[in-house]
Write a protein that binds this ligand. Structure first.
Ligand code: ADP
Ligand code: MG
Length: 507
């Protein structure tokens, strides 16, 4: 086995980026912390994605906290999907205690307890910034996938969206969509209009579509679809030079898998469509952390799974890094795993044959090391210790290093309900998205039209004509909704080109 001097020399030659970087911890050799060896990761390769794995209680979430803090220091904002609800403490300063003081003493780094700027976010009505998207932004293809529609039903959905586009009927929330579906199948005028220009729809297909929409609503999706729709630029805030840590609490994923998939897909699509190509900026624009990712891989829709792989590829050039935090590397699909640049492996336990297979596989995927017996040590890593391999500034994998992780500078425990109240009450972003807007959209327009049709017998129209008035139409077109719905086809075109949503269509 190699000696300590050569360990220090070799590791320092590979973990000392010349450009901006973050530090995760210190190297360890023969069980001792080696303060001379910084385990530093270049900001430049953070968009090459990564994995934080390890058995429960080995320190994954604390590593994520350190990582997010370090990024924040570097002015890089992040979005943390907090599935267990144990991450909010980053908004408050840590307090020195024996464990932390000892940890910092070993690393010979100063402990500087501090809070980080945080926005709490929600898709299910908890306290925080309410994340929403409009039905139009979602588009017929993606929505059909989420609703798990068959090909026939999917083409109906495309026709209905096209009809809405052509007729100036904004589809904002699920009520708009349901109303429009009803209008073109039940209402004689709507039926005739659709049949004349686009073809007719079988009532059985309509029934099936409506049923899937209702199922999605039962998972709380009515709150998610609507306006104001969330602008992904708002994930990019910095405060006093620190990147904002956006925390989305998704405590109920087992009961809302479809809603969660819906959110993730809309987030990916919005990032893809609105973030410019970044090239090599030397610094990520946003980093996405998915804690307890195995739950997502277990619960998520097939659509989300197949899109994660594609998005992991595409999102990199947008300057966005994705990090999966999970128990064993095997939780992450093979084709995603192979694209991850940074691996932080906390202890794995070899209780069962399957566990031992996982260990062998994990070790096989690491760069060969002369400094450790990786297969044995991986089972004996202490809490807050991990094997790390990263990409250096040239994109070449760095040697495996047993790392003594630093401790978070912020609080290791969660926020109290009072602290959450204070935090959200002070947030301008919470205010911006708090109140749903229900402006005139397909639901109102069609309801009025159907009502006025009923009163057709009356010579003077009591209800003011809605759609045909140029003024109203102009108003609708000028609204954000108007702008987004006229963009539907463009967006769908872009998605088709990307092949993101398995359209198989070519332009
Ligand atoms: N870097 C660290 N510094 C100090 N304590 C840590 C560190 N990592 C883990 N711990 C301790 O281990 C406990 C479990 O860590 P956690 O990150 O929640 O594990 P996991 O997410 O893997 O289940 C923490 O509550 C903390 O007491
Ligand atoms: Mg955890």
């Amino acid at each position: 086995m190699a000696d300590k001097a050569s360990f220090i020399e070799e590791l320092n030659s590979r973990y000392n980026p010349a450009g901006p970087h973050i530090i995760l911890g210190k190297g360890m050799f023969e069980g001792e912390v080696v303060p001379e060896v910084n385990v530093s990761i270049p900001l430049k390769t953070i968009n090459r994605h990564g994995l934080i794995a390890g058995a429960t209680g080995t320190g994954k979430t604390k590593t994520l906290q350190v990582f997010a803090e370090q990024l924040s220091h570097a002015g890089v904002p992040s979005l943390v999907l907090d599935i267990k609800g144990d991450f909010s403490g980053i908004a408050e300063s840590g307090t020195p205690n024996g464990v932390i003081t000892e940890r910092y003493a070993k690393t010979k780094l100063p402990y500087e307890p501090q809070a980080f700027p945080v926005e709490l976010m929600t898709i299910s009505g908890e306290k925080g910034v309410k994340l929403r998207a409009t039905v139009t932004e979602f588009g017929p293809v993606l929505l059909s996938k989420i609703l798990e529609l068959n090909d026939t039903q999917q083409s109906i959905m495309s026709i209905v969206f096209k009809y809405a586009d052509d007729k100036g009927l904004p589809l904002i929330d699920l009520d708009d969509l349901k109303k429009l579906l009803q209008y073109v199948t039940d209402n004689p005028a709507g039926k005739a209009d659709l049949a004349a220009n686009y073809g007719s729809i079988a009532p059985a297909s309509l029934g099936a579509i409506l049923r899937s929409i209702v199922a999605l609503e039962q998972q709380g999706a009515s709150q998610f679809f609507g306006e104001p729709s969330f602008d992904v630029q708002d994930l990019l805030q910095t405060r006093d030079g620190k990147g904002v840590v956006n925390i989305l609490r998704v405590s109920n994923i087992q009961n809302q898998p479809q809603l969660f998939s819906t959110f993730m897909l809309s987030l990916f699509a919005e990032i893809y469509l609105t973030f410019p190509e970044e090239g090599d900026t030397g610094k990520p624009k946003l980093v996405l952390f998915i804690d307890e990712a195995h739950l997502i891989f277990n619960e998520a829709s097939k659509t989300l799974l197949s899109q994660i792989e594609t998005m992991v590829k595409l999102i990199r050039s947008k300057g966005v890094g994705i990090y999966f935090i999970t128990q064993i590397p095997g939780d992450v699909p093979e084709n995603v795993l192979s694209q991850l640049g940074l691996k932080i492996q906390h202890a794995l336990r070899g209780f069962t044959a399957k566990d031992r297979k996982e260990i062998t596989k994990a070790v096989e995927n690491y760069p060969v090391t002369e400094f450790y017996d990786a297969a044995t040590l991986i089972q004996n890593l202490g809490i807050g210790e991990a094997f790390v391999t990263a990409l250096d500034e040239k994109g070449i994998p760095t040697p495996l290093v047993q790392t003594y992780m630093i401790s978070p500078e912020s609080r290791m425990d969660v926020l109290t309900p009072t602290e959450i109240d204070t935090l959200t009450a002070a947030s301008a972003l919470v205010k911006k998205y708090e109140t749903p807007i229900n402006k005139e959209s397909a639901y109102e327009i069609l309801t009025q039209r159907m009502d006025s049709a009923v009163q057709n017998a009356t010579p003077q129209q009591k209800v003011k004509p809605v759609k045909e008035t140029p003024g109203v139409l102009q108003e609708v077109l000028n609204s954000r909704a108007g702008r987004t719905f006229t963009n539907t086809l463009m967006r769908e075109g872009a998605k088709a080109i990307l092949g993101m949503f398995g359209l198989g269509k070519r332009r």
